[in-house]
Design a protein around this ligand. Structure first.
Ligand code: GLU
Length: 371
């Protein structure tokens, strides 16, 4: 079965592939995954890696046996030791600059930090780097954590607006029964609706090392599907699985994106997110937004109303002989007070006006919807 066409994917690699059998970090399975990533990049695709294994690698480095020191503070310290080793392993295997990005629940849940993380990831991709994302286990205590990298990967897929979420683990995919107990269990190749019966199938099929099992993988697939992103769960230990992914075939379970979800971001911007202020734009900017799908730049800003902060939604309004017309709604990269200082100026002048180099755009085209 073919994969849906994709240009940008988030690929999540679980602890069982990085530190197999509960042991030290090993490149045994990572080599094939690194080759897959390199080939896809050479093909002009963009990838973001979400890699687990920090805690497992830290454990091995310090000689602490799996199962020992499972308390929060120990895991935080182990993650700090292992994160370096994990990054080192990927950097050695990949012939491109790897960028370490550590996120917590707070970074995803807080709008300004969400936008900051989104900007950084977007810039890393534009620069040709490979973002390697993990949860910031060393600082996040349990209540502040996303907890498992399957759900983190789904959040990252939404952040970078990926077309595909690829969850690689040591299981072949989702089965219609537990394959460890029932030899006749069949792999489900395609899931269109993630309903209660699908969640029910997840029970029990878990891995021993990471925090996730099949349950968190299905939660992740559901999050992604709602935002118009397809998910594949496949076995990253098998060379033929990676070969088939590279050929654009689905070797595991494909969870389809929800058809109605494609415009979820537009819906969110239009209906769910109240605008905190208004940016009055000139006729040229209004045309560029409408006709060219452009970003809003400082020279096109005439005035600002309201006391919004960077990361808030704003309405972009044009004034002509017919009165005020709403052109678009989107997320501002600047506070209202900053915008008042840079309006009408070129992007190159921002640094001198604000005393720091901010975003070149006021509202990025990916963060706006026409009204
Ligand atoms: N963030 C954890 C680690 O790097 C893994 C969490 C998970 O595998 O779900 O060790």
């Amino acid at each position: 079965m073919p994969l849906p066409p994709w240009k940008r994917a988030v690929i999540k690699v679980g602890s069982n592939l990085i530190a197999p059998d509960g042991g030290a970090l090993s490149t045994r399975y990572l080599l094939g995954i690194a080759r897959f990533i390199a080939d896809a990049r050479a093909d002009g695709r963009e990838l973001v890696l979400v890699s687990s294994g920090a805690v497992a690698a830290g454990r091995a480095a310090l000689g602490i046996a799996p199962g020992q020191r499972g308390d929060v503070v120990a895991r935080q310290a182990l993650a700090a030791v292992g994160q370096v080793r994990m990054m080192e392993a990927w950097s050695k295997l990949l012939d491109c600059p790897c960028a370490q990005v550590l996120l917590t629940h707070a970074d995803i849940g807080h709008r300004r930090r969400f936008v900051n993380a989104k900007n950084t990831l977007r810039e890393l991709l534009a620069l040709g780097a490979l973002p390697v994302v993990n949860e910031n286990d060393s600082v996040a205590i349990d209540e502040l954590k996303l907890g498992d990298n399957d759900n983190l990967a789904a959040h990252v897929a939404v952040l970078v607006e990926a077309d595909l979420l690829l969850i690689l683990s040591d299981v072949d995919g989702l089965f219609d029964a537990d394959p460890r107990h029932l030899a006749t269990a069949q792999l489900i190749e395609r899931v269109v609706n993630i309903d209660a019966s699908i969640h029910a199938l997840a029970g029990g099929v878990g891995s021993s090392q990471g925090t996730g099992g099949m349950r968190t993988k299905i939660e992740a697939a559901e999050k992604a599907a709602r935002r118009g992103i397809a998910t594949v769960i496949a076995n990253g230990r098998k060379a033929e699985v990676l070969a088939s992914l590279a050929r654009g075939q689905n070797p595991g379970t494909l969870f389809c994106a929800m058809a109605t979800a494609v415009s979820a971001k537009a819906h969110w911007l239009k209906h769910a997110l109240p605008a905190q202020g208004t940016v009055i734009v000139d006729a040229g900017a209004a045309r560029a937004l409408r006709e060219r799908g452009a970003s809003l730049l400082p020279p096109g800003v005439i005035d600002v109303r309201g006391h919004f902060r960077a990361g808030d939604a704003v309405d972009m309004v044009a004034i002509d002989s017919g009165g005020e017309r709403h052109v678009a709604r989107g997320i501002s990269q600047y506070d209202a007070s900053e915008l008042l200082r840079i309006r009408g100026h070129t992007s190159q002048q921002i640094a001198a006006l604000l005393g720091y180099v901010g975003s070149a755009v006021v509202v990025h085209r990916d963060d706006l919807v026409l009204l």
